[in-house]
Ligand binder design. Structure first.
Ligand code: RRO
Length: 303
């Protein structure tokens, strides 16, 4: 891959699933609210956008309020979230969020989750036909919704779901894998067999915390998903195992907070990386990781 600056400022030669990207650093879905960031930082956000492609928060067909509070718990080197997929639903996303997200200066990936394959089909058809959307991510891995894990936990279900969904859009399909499966690499192979264009991993590991004062579960949703540097070694092992078994690109994530961390994921076989929990601490983390990574690779990166 070549990283030269091209006319218009984009680096040429780097791509994911045929979509040209200026570099390999994405965000993990749901870890960076680009609409709120635009309100806070104005056009400076567009001038120095932290990621090379933007992945939306996961949307569902119907609007959702999400889980009751508290929704977060800080752990050593990480956090547990139990957000529970709050979103405006398909219609609300198309009417309200999409027009704002298309103003971002990078390709847009829309993340979707359904409680059935029929719901996923509606989401893929509804969002996939929009020219502004570069790729779709199927979130088969949310840890905080009762039935959310079913499709991504088993190779057979994954293959059946992707097989049915694949023909519904011409957009590249990324399947987001859960680390809470017995055999994530088997699930990745199944997704590839059914026509997925890429896999991304890891989503959060199932976790739990107890309120020291009451002895009861801290999170309103009782259990949650653990993320941050605490899970990096687990994520690296899973990315390595998956990359050995599939030919499609792997988007690696799990506790990336520096260029060095990102390079470990590339060394493990990832084609791209995503920054997640670190965005909450430093909204510019994606850009910093990209610069640090480029420095490590002794390659130029766009200002
Ligand atoms: O919204 C969430 O609670 C959530 C989602 Br959709 C996900 O994919 N991963 C996660 O840790 N939390």
């Amino acid at each position: 891959m070549s990283w030269q600056l091209a006319a218009g400022g984009w680096q040429s030669g780097f791509e994911l699933c045929g979509v040209p990207l200026r570099g390999p650093v994405l965000n993990g879905s749901g870890t960076f609210d680009a609409i709120a960031a635009r309100r806070a930082f104005g056009d400076a956000l567009l001038e120095q956008f932290p990621f090379d492609a933007f992945v939306s928060k996961t949307i569902t067909v119907e609007p959702r309020d999400g889980n009751p509070p508290p929704r977060l718990w800080e752990t050593p080197a990480g956090m547990i979230n139990s957000i529970g997929l709050p979103n405006r639903g398909l219609e609300g996303f198309l009417a309200h969020d999409l027009p704002q997200l298309v103003e971002l200066p990078v390709p847009l990936v829309v993340s979707v989750m359904g409680f059935s394959v029929d719901e996923l089909a509606r989401l893929l058809s509804g969002v996939g036909e929009r020219a502004e959307v570069a790729m779709m991510e199927l979130n088969f891995s949310c840890p905080n919704v009762e039935t959310g894990l079913v499709m991504g936990a088993e190779p057979e279900e994954t293959e059946a779901a992707v097989d049915r969904l694949r023909p519904l859009t011409e957009k590249p399909l990324i399947v987001k894998l859960t680390p809470n499966a017995v055999d994530p690499a088997g699930v990745a192979e199944a997704a590839e067999r059914a026509g997925a264009d890429a896999v991304s991993l890891v989503n959060t590991l199932k976790g739990m915390a107890f309120d020291p004062r009451t002895g009861r579960a801290w999170l309103g949703g009782v259990t949650g998903g653990l993320s941050g540097p605490a899970i990096r070694a687990v994520a690296l092992e899973q990315v390595h195992a998956v990359a050995e078994r599939v030919r499609i690109p792997v988007i690696g994530m799990g506790g990336i907070a520096s260029g060095h961390d990102a390079r470990e994921f590339l060394d493990a076989g990832a084609a791209c990386v995503a920054v997640g929990t670190e965005n909450f601490r430093d909204p510019a983390a994606g850009r910093r990781v990209a610069f640090e990574l480029a420095e490590l690779q002794a390659l130029p990166v766009r200002d």
